[in-house]
Design a protein around this ligand. Sequence first.
Ligand SMILES: [Zn+2]
Length: 434
Amino acid sequence: MKEITSHRIGLEFGSPPAKSGKQDLRRRNTLLLLHLIQSRGPSSQAELARRSALSPAAVCGILQPLIKTRILIEEGKSAAGPGRRASILAFNPRAAITAGVCIDLEECEVALVDLSGRVLDKAAAHFPRYTEPDEVVDLAVECLTRIEKRNSLDRSAIVGVGVAIPGLIDSRTGLVHVAANLGWRNVQLRALFEQRLGVPVRVEHLGRARAQAEAIWGKGKNHRNFVCLEIGSGIGAGVVTHGRILRGAGGSGAEVGHMPIDSAGPDCACGLSGCWEVFSAGPAIRKRMARKLEEWAGSPSLLNPMSALSDLNAAYESNDPVAIEVVEESARYLARGLVGVIWNFDPSFVLLTGPVVNDCPSLIKAAQRIVSALTGKARSFEIPLIIGAEHAGTGVVAASAGVSLRYLEELASVKDAARAPFGSTVRLSGAPHS
Ligand SMILES: [Zn+2]
């Protein structure tokens, strides 16, 4: 996996510039420097000049207003070397921070995440399956209020809240068309959160949120064509093509989990049958395990119908015959869908993230072997299948990624950052985001 060697931002975001000229050049350079601090973490001005290929004077000129307004603060000094030790600049978590909310089947997790993707604090709440959206939003807001208090943080420092959720999501409007596994339909989730928080909110599909996080902080950094798969209670994808997240006409593109694999397959929550996720997501693997245990009734096995996916992995490693059948059959279905993904999007690589990937690495390895052994008449399928970055793969960090990107874009567009009263003009808008 070769990184792009230039200083270009791998993931493009926002609309193309309306006008070119000096002002636009400054906006682009500001965005580049902010993006470098976002993705590489706290940095000295010399490092930023080197990485951006801008002159030290230009870097200083661009960053000074942001230091004056305390959007950037000094976070220690560089290691001793020849000459004066340089200040390390970081985003000020007391002035500009995001919150990430990740909602899944029976849990929501909430975290304060700085603009460099560092989690400052987090809290979680559990709820019974099929809890109403209103109640889940209340729980998430309670979590956020708790961690704000714990950190003596004023809500005005939060520039935006990112909510990541599996399902058919239109991130432009914040509408959850269907989150079948939660039992939600036509929920204006962004409005529900904004009414309670008074802070701009972005709702994003979990797979696309993970792809954004991988693009900024993880293994997708500086790459412009890749697919990030989230394999958990369903299968979601974020497809990055030419540096942009693929959204489609209706805002819910690349729903690969509902790619038909076998029309004679089990019913899917989407209303069709035989979709990829009813063969390969976590619940499908557990159902297969229960079925195989029945078929092998009377034979000794390390598994039982309540075994977790991590138990399945351990049993497979111990050569348990039931586990071997479950893992190998599941791997064949997983590989089948992966080939579909490769054909459709022609990515440089596929990143695999989510609970199934974390809990059952033997399944992923088996699927990797199957996919890389395939060679059709038209192409080989030896596309790297890579486990996603641990940090970027955290649901709450993924949830915050879109907000973080959007905020930096708006910050870079402010004509005079020194005159921009922080928290008022420099504020994340709820406008659609490409
Ligand atoms: Zn489906």
